[in-house]
Design a binder for this molecule. Structure first.
Ligand SMILES: [Ca+2]
Ligand SMILES: [Ca+2]
Length: 288
């Protein structure tokens, strides 16, 4: 019984992920920046994956799985993505973009509440699994991009209660956002915070050979921070792919569009498109 329910959830998630990914790609806006790669990033077909909800390839790491709780982990992992790479390739995708894979708070399947920037989430597998995914993807000419949260940490991140790091965080919170009401805002103006984020970004680039990052919620960071961070990333990997997404696009002025981020995910537009494509009969024909 449990097995068949798991399979249904898995299949349903796969279909939803395909639809969501197509919509995300269609809703991306671009600037005129071209990667120092043989292929401009705007020509990539990008498949976005929420790791926990994609495919369960290793049931030995399912100790926090609770299929009855929509906010809890449901079992998807890195091995599950490896198992589906041939299907992703067959569907024409050239890049996969993974929602955050760093060590993450319990019952936060999405990955956005990071507890440790230098460890992989144990529900998703090991760093060896991630290295294997990147190698297997590259063998199929598929690039791998990881989403990176630079603006927040989980309340359970050790730095939050460290008396020596009170100036690493800010009192500011972002409400009315999916998943992030409990997040603790990082003080990105603090050089030590910037240094930690840069070291973490360098670690994953060098250890796993990923092709780039999608910077989460760029509207929650200052353009000055983003410019400095992206410039630093390019010193480690000159041809890095850098993408971004936004929480509230009304905060996204022109200064964000000239930072060297060739693709920015436009969430409000994506939501409108999901509404249209997920309802039969929409858009309606105009009647005279
Ligand atoms: Ca699993
Ligand atoms: Ca965890």
């Amino acid at each position: 019984m449990r097995k068949s329910k798991s399979k249904m959830v898995k299949d349903g998630c796969m279909k939803k992920t395909i639809v969501a990914s197509l919509v995300i790609i269609l809703s991306m806006i671009g600037t005129n920046i071209v990667q120092a790669e043989e292929k401009p990033i705007k020509k990539e077909m990008i498949y976005s994956i929420v790791v926990d909800r994609f495919n369960n390839g290793n049931q030995t790491n399912d100790n926090q799985v609770d299929l009855d709780d929509p906010n809890s982990y449901h079992g998807g992992d890195i091995q599950g993505i490896i198992n589906k790479l041939d299907d992703i390739k067959a569907n024409g995708f050239t890049t996969i973009s993974l929602a955050p894979t760093m060590a993450n708070a319990p019952s936060q399947y999405h990955g956005y509440l990071v507890e440790d920037f230098f460890e992989i989430e144990e529900q998703f597998g090991t760093i060896e699994d991630l290295k294997k995914l990147v190698k297997e993807a590259h063998d199929r000419n598929i690039k791998v991009v990881l989403e990176f949260v630079t603006s927040y940490v989980a309340p359970s991140h050790p730095l939050v209660d460290d008396p020596a790091k009170t100036n690493w965080t800010k009192d500011a919170t972002v409400k009315d956002t999916q998943w992030l009401d409990d997040a603790i805002t990082l003080n990105q103006e603090n050089p030590e915070v910037k240094d930690m984020l840069f070291k973490a970004a360098t670690f994953w680039l060098e250890e796993t050979d990923i092709d780039g990052y999608k910077l989460h919620a760029i509207d929650q960071s200052s353009p000055a921070f983003l410019r400095e961070f992206i410039d630093q990333l390019k010193t480690v990997k000159p041809d890095i792919y850098v993408l971004g997404d936004v929480l509230k696009d009304q905060q996204l002025g022109n200064d964000y569009l000239n930072l060297g981020i060739p693709l920015i995910e436009n969430t409000p537009m994506q939501k409108s498109m999901v509404k249209v494509f997920s309802n039969i009969g929409t858009p309606r024909k105009k009647t005279v």
